[in-house]
Design a protein around this ligand. Structure first.
Ligand code: MP5
Length: 214
């Protein structure tokens, strides 16, 4: 067998698992962000749980950076700095809305944390594919809400900006680099990571706005 027989390029996973991806990135929550009909309580429930998720993601990404090869350190290090700034951005929004961020993880957020922990123990390329999927999910989801209702526009712009798109491309290149030298078993684990992320992303929207699942 040639190496291309085993080849896996991260972006092909979006095609291969298009149903899961669609469910992860198209949701009534996002449609209601676009037209402004989302109830404030649903938005705030999402905001609080997403803050907890991003805090977990920061730890995961720090570990991933520690085992990244030299060419991938820059994109992961820059992403880490951006994540820390994002926590501050969430905190400012929460303060403006009078929201308490010192709350428990809801079950889906806890499931996501467990996945991140499992990926820390997974082969590097699988973990990096998982991170790329996490970020690509938000890029695709929020791009679908552009321009977004004025009430939510700052959030729409945050995850649909050209800069964020560049970051996701950078992660995709890094994932492809890792997958190129991976074994077939490691590539299977990368595929599983992608599907796990897609399923939990769908659950995250469902959690924020119960009774409005796809
Ligand atoms: C992201 C996020 C994107 N904030 N929340 C979920 C549930 N999935 C993906 O991550 P980031 O680091 O905020 O761009």
């Amino acid at each position: 067998m040639t190496s291309t027989t085993y080849g896996l390029v991260a972006a092909t996973l979006v095609e291969q698992f298009s149903a899961e991806w669609q469910a992860a990135t198209r949701h009534p929550f996002l449609e209601a962000i676009a037209d402004g009909s989302l109830p404030a309580e649903a938005f705030e429930a999402w905001l609080i749980q997403d803050y907890l998720f991003v805090a977990d993601l920061l730890g995961f990404q720090a570990h991933l950076l520690a085992r990244a090869p030299r060419p991938t350190q820059a994109v992961l290090a820059a992403g880490l700095v951006a994540l820390e700034a994002e926590l501050g951005w969430f905190e400012a929004h929460a303060a403006k809305r009078g929201l308490d961020l010192e709350v428990a993880h809801q079950p889906t957020t806890a499931r996501y944390r467990a996945l991140l922990e499992a990926l820390e123990a997974a082969p590097y390329a699988a973990a990096l594919t998982g991170l790329w999927a996490i970020e690509r999910a938000y890029l695709d989801a929020w791009l679908g809400t552009v321009p977004g209702d004025a009430a939510y526009r700052e959030f729409v712009e945050h995850w649909s900006s050209a800069g964020f798109g560049d970051y996701v491309v950078g992660l995709e290149r890094a994932a492809d680099l890792g997958l190129r030298t991976s074994t077939p078993d490691e590539r299977d684990q990368a595929r599983n990571a992608f599907v796990d992320v897609a399923r939990i992303e769908q659950g995250f929207w469902d959690m924020a706005w119960p009774g409005h699942s796809t």
